[in-house]
Design a protein around this ligand. Structure first.
Ligand SMILES: [Zn+2]
Length: 215
């Protein structure tokens, strides 16, 4: 089984588990695994209350494995304090449903980790599309959180070096919005870690079950 921990497209392949990401306003097929959350780009104060209600409803569907992607984005045009407020609201909502959280983070790692601490959030965070340095990765792991890597494992030398040095750490793989297939990303990951593809698949399936629950 190839697990795609964060994607916006369904691959329709029998040996791929896609954790498809939705926004609360999307039409959702609640039979396939999905994650749902209010992305920091799509916050609208006019529809916020309704969006949060829809979100809470969707979090209760058993195939919903995670809250997200939610987070903070310093490049977004949406007011940063509003982003923070909505991020915190969703984290509090999720305390009742206890789902892991897929995090969208642009230049706001410290803010997100500090909110996690101050709001006493215990659900694991998965920083998706990780592309930063080793020190930050250590800080994320020390906070009890995880990352997932995307297509830059196949073409970005800095990330390739960081990934090749990961030892005994839990990680996930994803293709997000890209057209690179999750199988190709697994292939790159297996070469970088110098482990057989089958072993990598088993390892990630085990980690996925631990963090997201039985599949
Ligand atoms: Zn995404």
């Amino acid at each position: 089984m190839f697990i795609n921990a964060h994607t916006h497209h369904c691959s329709n392949q029998a040996n791929v588990l896609d954790l498809i990401n939705y926004f609360p306003t999307d039409t959702i097929e609640p039979t396939a695994y999905f994650s749902v959350g209010l992305h920091p780009w799509s916050i609208d104060t006019v529809t916020l209350q309704t969006d949060l209600e829809r979100l809470e409803n969707l979090l209760q569907h058993p195939p919903c494995l995670a809250l997200g992607e939610i987070g903070l984005d310093k490049v977004s045009k949406i007011d940063f304090s509003l982003q923070k407020e909505v991020f915190i609201q969703q984290l509090h909502l999720n305390k009742k449903y206890n789902k892991p959280v897929i995090i969208h983070c642009v230049r706001a790692f410290q803010e997100i980790l500090s909110i996690r601490k101050s709001e006493q959030i215990t659900q694991p965070f998965l920083f998706h599309g990780y592309s930063k340095n080793h020190q930050l990765l250590k800080q994320i792991h020390d906070a009890g959180c995880y990352v997932s890597f995307g297509k830059n494992l196949c073409d970005n030398q800095n990330i390739q070096a960081i990934f090749a040095n990961l030892k005994n750490e839990v990680f996930f793989l994803e293709n997000d919005n890209s057209t690179t297939s999750i199988k190709d990303i697994y292939q790159c990951a297996s070469q970088l870690q110098e482990i057989p593809l089958e072993e990598l698949k088993q390892q990630i399936t085990q980690s996925f079950t631990t963090v997201f629950g039985p599949i």
